[in-house]
Ligand binder design. Structure first.
Ligand code: NAD
Length: 265
């Protein structure tokens, strides 16, 4: 379908999506970095994306294991929260939280690590985080999880500034998934089930090129769901979408939520 960018076309699509949400039995919102750009966090592949400034090769698990300086920088970002530390949820996160609390959206599956869905008030049991988060650290040896405060209280190894696991001596790393690391199996299984049982699957702010996360809209389509893509840039799945809304998520979603909730019986 062609994605008209005129304000009237966007308003019509917003209304259509609000109607679909009201009648959906199992709607899923699937978010990527684009849902958080209006909170001041750059995405990876947009026009102001991070990949224009930093080298993605430094964010692989291999580099983390091989290079003490990569580990030192990564642990410093974990300590301070880096670019994520100062960010606040934006109207898109709040609108999604409202839709979940009202029962119109069943699951929020996110590729983001910024915890902004939690902070906007989406109930944690409704959020599936595919790429981990910065609220905890993990041991790369025995996989033990450490809450952030617990991890930061451990003595740092002088070679790289990163603590070692008190149980097995393994290397710690923030609870995010680096390139080359497997996705958390339990979260991926929950996300696949949510997609396979959804009847409305709404992508928000994702270029849909990072796999296996980008398979999820395809699982939903296979299950007979309607696919909606709210994204500023093009995605490889645009031609399969039932509705494209090429406008900022922070403008679109509050309107969608307002209409969907206003007309509820
Ligand atoms: P991406 O950078 O590949 O794509 C983001 C997409 O969002 C782009 O197509 C862009 O056009 C669109 N976009 C940007 N701002 C938008 C807005 N306001 N409204 C609507 N669309 C907007 O992001 P991705 O697909 O999520 O893949 C990147 C990977 O990087 C993910 O795995 C994610 O975990 C990670 N990441 C996370 C964060 C975060 O936690 N906030 C930030 C950067 C990257």
């Amino acid at each position: 379908m062609t994605a008209e960018r005129s304000p009237e076309a966007v308003d019509d699509r917003v209304e259509m999506l609000a109607g679909w949400l009201r009648s959906a039995r199992s709607a899923v919102v699937f978010t990527g970095a684009g849902v958080s750009t209006e909170s001041g966090i750059p995405d990876f592949r947009g026009p102001d994306g991070l990949w224009r400034r930093v080298n993605p090769a430094n964010f692989t698990i291999r580099r983390y294991l091989e290079d003490p300086e990569v580990r030192r920088e990564s642990w410093e970002r974990f300590k301070t929260g880096g670019v994520y530390g100062q960010a606040e949820p934006n109207p898109a996160h709040y609108a999604i939280a409202e839709l979940v609390r009202a029962g119109l959206v069943k699951w929020v599956i996110t590729q983001n690590i910024d915890s902004l869905h939690h902070r906007a008030g989406t109930p944690p049991e409704r959020i599936i985080e595919l790429h981990g988060n910065l609220r905890f650290a993990k041991c790369l040896g025995c996989r033990r999880r450490f809450e952030k405060a617990e991890a930061l209280a451990l003595p740092a190894d002088p070679s790289d500034g990163v603590p070692r696991c008190p149980d097995c001596g393994g290397l710690l790393k923030s609870g995010t998934v680096s390139f080359g690391e497997p996705l958390p199996a339990d979260e991926l299984a929950r996300a696949e089930e949510a997609a396979q049982t959804s009847d409305l699957f709404i992508v928000v702010g994702s270029s849909l090129v990072v796999y296996p996360a980008a398979y999820l809209p395809l699982h939903a389509l296979d299950a007979g769901a309607r696919l909606v893509i709210i994204n500023l840039g093009d995605t490889p799945l645009d031609h399969l979408a039932h509705l494209l809304i090429p406008a900022p998520a922070g403008e679109v979603l509050p309107k969608v939520a307002g209409l969907a909730l206003e007309h509820r019986t």
